[in-house]
Design a protein around this ligand. Structure first.
Ligand SMILES: Cc1cc2nc3c(=O)[nH]c(=O)nc-3n(C[C@H](O)[C@H](O)[C@H](O)COP(=O)(O)OP(=O)(O)OC[C@H]3O[C@@H](n4cnc5c(N)ncnc54)[C@H](O)[C@@H]3O)c2cc1C
Length: 387
């Protein structure tokens, strides 16, 4: 049986400095040498640093300020994934010399459905990275060759990656000043390369003849858009590309992730969907983020961007609204207890969460729903759908 660290690797790439590694068949970074034997401290790996500890009075994690936000620049707001808050904040940090660079993920020039990590040094370079890429990313591969310890960098990465770096910084305090801003976004999981191939096939093409691809953005949510060699192009609604194809085939660890909202970040952003009848509406609109400043650094950054006029905000007074806006995020946390309990009863491997700690979230779900989820997991195990 694969060890927990192997099975629940989030592919962040932090161990790449000491481990041999490869891209596996599903498109994810994986170490090929044993990280521990290579001298990497695996206590920082996602499955070890995400323990299941939670504070029942803070269902969305540590929170100093919650608001809606969007870039004051209409072009940034239009190009970005949601409201362009992350792009606006990173550009603001660079413009004001608050950091020397932004470690972030961009499109791989060789394959528009893959990603590569860059260190952006200008607002234009940050803008070139705007948008969500629903495919594997490994922001820390080669990190220590890209950054200079004496300089300062913001990092934009998935919640899992940010948690790993935050944990690593605890034991490597001499790097803390190098990474003063850890920024993240809400994440429903990282789709496999196969899910991406299926998406392209259903749009009438393949990677062999793909010339450019955008998952969303250029509107909110914007269309999924592919351009193929020979001049043909295809579009698909975001709701279909994510909801019916990409979001159904994810990295193994994503099924076990209970915090998809960047709780270890200084600040994290999600889609601040408008609600229609208590449900998120994906009707095109001007982009808007729901933004959580989680630390003093995040809160001060938010304030300074607003004061500089590069970011606009509006109040988000009732956090219950976020439950309706982000039902998937709300559910993953509340349902994790039932899922893990069923897995353990069936003697299946799980991350080493404390059930007692996870129990504090499940109270948000009625008992009948919890039972249904528990039995549903057992049924999927019995039918072999869950290994
Ligand atoms: C895999 C994935 C899952 C998501 N799931 C959800 C969800 O469940 N709920 C939700 O509300 N929103 C989800 N999003 C969208 C995300 O919340 C928005 O990107 C966020 O609202 C930020 O919006 P923005 O307009 O500020 O972003 P932008 O200003 O457009 O900036 C986006 C930033 O994200 C970075 N980025 C893009 N793709 C990746 C990637 N694969 N890995 C690392 N960094 C990347 C870019 O480099 C850029 O810095 C997901 C995005 C991704 C990539």
């Amino acid at each position: 049986m694969a060890s927990r660290v192997e099975r629940y690797c989030c592919g962040c790439g932090l161990c790449s400095g000491v481990c041999d590694h490869h891209i596996d068949a599903r498109g994810y970074y994986r170490p090929t040498s044993d990280p521990e034997e290579s001298g990497f401290d695996t206590s920082v790996c996602y499955c070890n640093s995400l323990t299941g500890a939670g504070n029942p009075s803070a269902p969305w994690g540590p929170l100093l300020t919650a608001c809606y936000s969007w870039s004051s620049n209409p072009d940034v707001r239009h190009a970005a994934s949601s409201g362009g808050t992350l792009t606006a904040l990173c550009a603001h940090l660079l413009r004001n010399g608050m950091v020397d660079g932004v470690v972030q993920v961009s499109t791989d020039p060789e394959d528009p459905m893959r990603t590569t990590t860059v260190v952006s040094e200008t607002p234009d370079e940050v803008l070139a990275c705007a948008g969500s890429r629903y495919t594997a990313s490994s922001p820390y591969v080669g990190l220590f060759n890209r950054v200079d310890q004496g300089k300062r960098y913001a990092v934009v990465a998935k919640p899992c990656d940010i948690r790993v770096l935050r944990s690593w910084l605890v034991g490597n305090a001499d790097w803390k000043n190098t990474f003063p801003y850890l920024l993240s976004f809400f994440c429903g999981g990282t789709p496999t390369a196969q899910a991406n191939d299926r998406l392209l096939a259903s749009m009438g093409g393949s990677r062999d003849n793909l010339s450019s691809f955008r998952y969303r953005g250029c509107g909110w949510p914007g269309m999924t858009t592919a351009a193929f060699e020979g001049g043909t192009a295809a579009e698909m609604e975001y709701e279909k590309s994510w909801g019916q194809i990409l979001g159904r085939d994810l990295q193994e660890v994503c099924r076990f992730c209970w915090e998809g909202t960047g709780e270890a970040a200084d600040l994290s952003c999600g889609d601040g969907w408008y609600l229609v009848g208590g449900h998120p509406s994906f009707k095109e609109a001007d982009g808007r983020n729901v933004t959580f400043a989680r630390t003093k650094a995040g809160e001060e950054l938010l304030r300074s961007a607003v004061a500089a006029g590069v970011l606009e905000t509006s109040p988000l007074e009732d956090l219950e609204v976020v439950n309706e806006m982000q039902p998937g995020q709300c559910m993953r946390k509340s349902a994790m207890h039932s899922f893990i309990l069923a897995m353990r009863l069936a003697r299946k491997q799980t991350p080493s969460y404390s059930l007692r700690q996870l129990a504090c979230w499940q109270k948000r779900l009625p008992l009948a729903v919890r039972c249904k989820m528990f039995l549903g997991t057992l049924r999927r195990i019995a039918s072999g759908k869950i290994e």
